[in-house]
Design a protein around this ligand. Sequence first.
Ligand code: PBG
Length: 325
Amino acid sequence: MAGSSGFPRYRPRRLRRTEGLRRLVRETEISAADLILPLFVAPATGVRTPVSSMPGVDQTSVDELLRDAEQAHRLEIPAVLLFGIPESKDELGTEGYAQDGVVQRAVRALKRELPELIVITDVCLCEYTSHGHCGVLQGDTVDNDETLPLLARMAVSHAEAGADIVAPSDMMDGRVGAIRSALDDRGFASVAVLAYSAKYASAFYGPFREAADSTPQFGDRRGYQMDPANAREAMREAQQDLLEGADMLMVKPALPYLDIIARLRAETEYPICAYHVSGEYAMIMAAGERGWIDTDRAMREALTSIKRAGADMIISYYAREFVRR
Ligand code: PBG
């Protein structure tokens, strides 16, 4: 790295003097186009139930969801990510892949009302199973291979409803390949797969589980989600997902895993998405409510760091608020 002779000839503060100079040399900028807004869709109509641990986030019925999506669209946020809260749950999570399931209905309504808005759907059984695990149980463990066809069915049902991108978050082995094949066989070659490649077994999903009502009834998800201690394993997961046909890779959560984002950025030319998850959002919002932190500045700094680390796009509950300000 060649430079000048150092201080006092070199003074980094020269380029920090005014906002004009700072803007000129700014390396990372986030715009609406980088953001994806997650939304939680519930049955019935006229429903808007606030999620207590996530200020500004609601569970909504399809009619109300359309308003939120419309706002996002007007703010030029290109995409929404849908999670479903089903009417009823069972052992096999059947509402997850029902043609008239809550997410499938929401996708149809969104595609009818806002055809340009990109609709991404979460593909995972945990919101739909009575036990709250991400797949079919065999005794106390989730049976990987029995779960794959159900995930594939779910992805196809989302594609039939009009989803542009399906995002498997279950962490079963082989799910990207199973989903890709099922989509191709059913004539949905143009539906993309956003793989949650490096999804860690994280404490930061706590508030989401309230929002999606998906807390496991026993045990935890460490048998299928990744160990927070592992980085090389994330590279193997990503490589495998690409071999199976993933179009984009995801790292989740974001802030505790910036090293994973940066490393993935260095090792792949594929688009990288980062999920700034519920717990990361809730921490900043809670500290802001207490007056301990400036919410907007902290959120901006967090999102900027995620993009700086190498993410092309960020899933954020703060997306609308970010663009509004
Ligand atoms: C479903 C899923 C989870 C999240 C996204 N998809 C929860 C989990 O794995 O327990 C978490 C998102 C967030 O915390 O914002 N498997």
